[in-house]
Design a protein around this ligand. Structure first.
Ligand SMILES: Nc1nc2c(ncn2[C@@H]2O[C@H](COP(=O)(O)OP(=O)(O)O)[C@@H](O)[C@H]2O)c(=O)[nH]1
Ligand SMILES: [Mg+2]
Length: 260
């Protein structure tokens, strides 16, 4: 799946990325005060190139330690931390798990994941990383000295809650899991395709709420299929625990071969 080939400049659908909006390179007029479009494309390419190198180094460290690394991404509030609490309750008895917790500010989520037997390393992007809306590879690298990698089987990265930016940055992961909540609306794969497209597994969370919503699950599946044909899907409720065992099984037996 080419994890070490980040989406090329121009694929960013956000349009207003903190590194500067991506516009056709032939538009050379500088209206922004941030340099010409070509200069901004070059900056973005350099950033992504540096990220790719750092991701390769992370990957080498993970491979040397023999850990499987899963990058868990979603919009804010989809239920990542709630799921991780439930997963740690089940997994820590039989697997040695590390968590890299990404948040812009606070240790609130890292604190929720404490006490289950997992090694938890917090990365606040507001603490020296410019308050970015995603984790990138150097940020993940900053967490590695705080994890006993050689003693772990599995590392789960809870990325910063954001439906766009985290998918643009490889961090050295083996697999990407995207969590989607049924409260977000069935059209989201079409409007925000990059993260949906990059997922190896799609978790549909909060299915306990379906009786109270007009969410059209069939339409969602069609929209998802349009952007990521054949992607594996698991419906769940981190609240009731439905589907959590199945996710833990998936984590313990991730699809092979893992990414190159
Ligand atoms: N009803 C329902 N609420 C959930 C579920 N999973 C998470 N939540 C709630 O959604 C909110 C956000 O959850 P959280 O785990 O913090 O999301 P995160 O931002 O993705 O880490 C919290 O109030 C959770 O209790 C679920 O399966 N069903
Ligand atoms: Mg969270």
């Amino acid at each position: 799946m080419g994890r070490f080939h980040p989406h090329p400049p121009g694929s960013h659908e956000h349009g207003q990325h903190p590194h500067g909006p991506v516009v056709p390179a032939e538009v050379q007029v500088d209206h922004s005060g941030y340099g010409t479009a070509m200069e901004r494309v070059e900056v973005l390419e350099r950033i992504l190139g540096e990220n790719e190198r750092a991701a390769r180094a992370n990957r080498a460290a993970f491979d040397a330690a023999g850990v499987v690394v899963v990058n868990l991404m979603s919009a804010p509030g989809a239920g990542k931390t709630t799921l991780l609490v439930e997963a740690l309750r089940r997994l820590c008895a039989r697997r040695r798990v590390g968590i890299i917790e990404g948040d812009i500010e606070t240790s609130l989520d890292a604190d929720r994941l404490d006490g289950f037997g997992a090694a938890v390393a917090l990365v606040n992007t507001g603490d020296g990383f410019g308050g970015e809306c995603h984790l990138d590879a150097p940020m993940v690298a900053s967490a590695l000295p705080r994890l006993p990698l050689a003693e772990l089987d599995l590392v789960i990265i809870e990325n910063v809650g954001n439906l766009v930016c985290p998918a643009e940055f490889v961090v050295g992961e083996d697999l990407r899991v995207m969590m989607f909540s049924v409260t977000e609306g069935e059209e989201k794969p079409l409007k925000y395709p990059v993260m949906f497209r990059s997922a190896d597994l799609l978790l549909i969370n909060k299915i306990d709420l379906l009786p109270h919503l007009d969410f059209d699950l069939s339409a969602f599946r069609r929209n998802l299929e349009a952007v990521n044909p054949g992607v594996s899907v698991l419906a769940m409720s981190a609240r009731t625990g439905a589907g959590v065992d199945a996710w833990c099984d998936w984590l313990e037996r991730p699809p092979r071969p893992l990414l190159p």
